[in-house]
Design a protein around this ligand. Structure first.
Ligand SMILES: [Zn+2]
Length: 245
C-alpha cells in the first residue's frame, strides 16, 4: 500500500504507552499544528523512536498520513529535553499540557511553535512560575480564546475598576454589570497591568521587571481557571503544582 508521508520539526507534548509495544503521542509541529500519532514498536528496548519520543524533546520527524492518526515513519533528534529541576519540570509540564488542550489537530500555527521553542529553555534561566504564566497568557491569545481584559464583556465600557472576572462570560465585568453575575473572581488593576506586561514580554530578550505577589497569584488563578474552563477538564499539572507548594 502506498501511503502519503510528510516531515516536520516537532516538540513532543505527551507520550502514553499503548498496547504492549506502542506509544500514543501528541506533538506540536512547526508547519502542521498539533499532530497526534502512533509510534509503533516504540517500547522495544532497541527502538530509536522509543528513546527519542519523550516530552520536551525537539525532533525532526517523518509521518505517514492516517485517517484518524498519523503514524511515525522515522525521527532524529534536534534538541533533547532540558535537564529540568523538579519545579522547572512541573511548570514545563503545565506548558505542554495547556498547549495540547488549547490547540486543534491540523490547524497550523507557527507562532505557537516558535513561542514554545523559545519558552522551554527559559524555564532554567528565569523564575519558571513567571515563564509559564507568560507563556499561558500568550498561548490564550494565539489559540484564539483569550478573554476580554480591558473592557467590560457585558456593556463594553472601559471601567476604572472591575467588579471581577467571569469564566462563563469570558472576561472582565464592570461594577455596574457585576451584581447580575453573582460571585466573580477578584480582578484588580495591578493584575490587569501584569497581564499586559506578560503579553508584551519578549521571550528572546526578556526584560527584568518587578512583580507583586498578590497580582501574580490573582493572575495565576484567573488564567489557570480560564484554561481549565476552556479545556472542560481539570489539568493534571495543576494538581501536581499544588502538591509541590
Ligand atoms: Zn459592564
Amino acid at each position: 500500500m502506498n501511503q502519503n508521508s510528510f516531515s516536520d520539526e516537532v516538540i513532543i507534548l505527551s507520550a502514553k504507552d499503548w498496547q504492549t509495544v506502542d506509544k500514543y503521542v501528541v506533538c506540536f509541529s512547526r508547519s502542521h499544528g498539533k499532530i497526534i500519532f502512533m509510534a509503533y514498536g516504540a517500547k522495544y528496548p532497541k527502538s530509536l523512536a522509543g528513546r527519542l519520543v519523550q516530552p520536551f524533546a525537539v525532533l525532526n520527524a517523518e509521518f505517514y498520513e492516517g485517517t484518524r492518526l498519523a503514524k511515525l515513519k522515522s525521527c532524529s533528534l534536534v534538541q533533547a529535553a532540558p535537564a529540568y529541576e523538579i519545579k522547572e519540570l512541573a511548570y514545563g509540564s503545565l506548558i505542554l499540557e495547556a498547549t495540547e488542550l488549547l490547540t486543534e489537530d491540523s490547524d497550523p500555527k507557527e507562532e505557537i511553535y516558535v513561542l514554545l521553542e523559545q519558552c522551554l529553555p527559559l524555564l532554567k534561566k528565569h523564575n519558571p512560575r513567571l515563564v509559564a504564566l507568560a507563556y499561558l497568557v500568550k498561548l490564550l491569545e494565539l489559540a484564539g480564546v483569550g478573554p476580554v481584559r480591558d473592557t467590560c464583556v457585558i456593556c463594553g465600557r472601559t471601567p476604572e475598576d472591575a467588579a471581577g472576572f467571569s469564566n462563563e462570560q469570558g472576561g472582565l465585568i464592570c461594577r455596574e454589570c457585576g451584581p447580575a453575575y453573582g460571585e466573580l473572581q477578584p480582578f484588580h488593576g495591578e493584575t490587569r497591568q501584569l497581564w499586559q506586561q506578560l503579553l508584551q514580554l519578549d521571550f528572546q530578550q526578556p526584560a527584568a521587571f518587578k512583580v507583586k505577589g498578590g497580582a501574580l497569584m490573582e493572575l495565576e488563578q484567573i488564567v489557570n481557571g480560564f484554561i481549565t474552563y476552556q479545556a472542560d477538564q481539570p489539568l493534571k499539572c495543576l494538581a501536581f503544582l499544588a502538591q509541590l507548594s
